[in-house]
Ligand binder design. Structure first.
Ligand code: SAM
Length: 269
């Protein structure tokens, strides 16, 4: 995809964008030369990274399928990204066609493409917002009429909280989200880590500083703390492939190489 007049006006083409770099790694078409250059540079340093991103999508798919089977029929997907194969609405609505999803992303390309592919899906909506403003996200999600906050909601934060630096107080924003939802709601988090990582992976993460959204790697303890006092579903916060794999083949010989933890928590009733 190259610059065209159809693009949303706020697209910044002077810097790579995390959403477009991610799209490139997943084989999507919604990226620009500046994104591809950064992606290739990161890929040359860490050949594992495309696998990491696919493992992240696979974790999200398994978590959404599990929550839908547990009866969750409304989702708030924050940092949803540029639509790609196996989107949350596809996974959830394949199990429950009535499931409703509000997608939220800060990136104008992600938002514009999400809107265009979801035009014909009345049980989805797209909001452009910053995860650092959770009160605004909740208010906008309410306005869509798709999420009833008096009932359990699946709040998805897949690969997004690591874009919130410590200075922006991620603990506070997580607390606001946890407080806004009804008992019986679930929180799905995946988050990059420095634990058990080779130095080249850590060096590649530093390149994210060139995007508008730099990554902050965190420990397992810090990721676990984002769930507050919620009950963690088995097996807890683990390297992503270890979270309820569909088959033993899903579990890599070295699940730590994916460089991110995943977990699902439930708000006590
Ligand atoms: N959740 C998807 C998944 O797991 O496949 C996409 C993850 S992608 C690595 C991260 C997404 O978070 C990007 O689309 C990026 O635009 C979005 N993002 C980064 N910072 C954000 C912020 N402050 N508020 C909302 N979204 C943000």
């Amino acid at each position: 995809m190259e610059q065209s007049r159809a693009l949303p006006t706020e697209v910044d083409l002077s810097r790579p964008s995390a959403a477009r770099v991610y799209d490139y790694f997943l084989g999507g078409a919604h990226n620009f030369e500046i994104d591809r250059q950064l992606a290739e540079q990161i890929a040359a340093m860490t050949p594992n990274l495309a696998d990491t991103m696919r493992a992240g999508r696979a974790f999200l798919r398994r978590a959404v399928a599990e929550l839908t089977r547990l009866g969750v029929d409304q989702f708030l997907d924050i940092g949803s990204g540029i639509p790609t194969v196996g989107n949350v609405h596809e996974v959830a609505q394949a199990i429950n066609p009535e499931a409703r999803i509000v997608y939220v992303d800060i990136d104008p390309v992600a938002v514009a493409h999400s809107r265009s592919i979801l035009e014909d899906n009345p049980r989805t909506a797209v909001v452009q917002a910053d995860v650092r403003d959770p009160a605004y996200i909740i208010a906008e999600a309410k306005k869509t009429g798709l999420v009833d906050f008096s009932r359990p909601v699946g709040v998805l934060l897949a690969g997004v909280v690591h874009f919130v630096p410590d200075d922006d107080d991620p603990e506070r924003l997580m607390a606001v989200l946890r407080d806004a939802v009804a008992p019986g709601s679930y929180l799905v988090i995946s988050h990059s880590t420095y634990e058990d990582q080779p130095q080249e992976m850590l060096d590649a993460q530093k390149l994210s500083a060139r995007t508008a959204t730099e990554i902050t790697l965190r420990s397992k303890a810090a990721v676990t703390a984002f769930f507050g006092d919620w009950e963690l579903l088995e097996p807890g916060v683990v390297h992503m492939p270890l979270w309820r794999p569909d088959s033993p083949d899903d579990v890599d010989d070295n699940p730590a190489r994916f460089g991110a933890f995943g977990g699902v928590g439930r708000k006590p009733t």
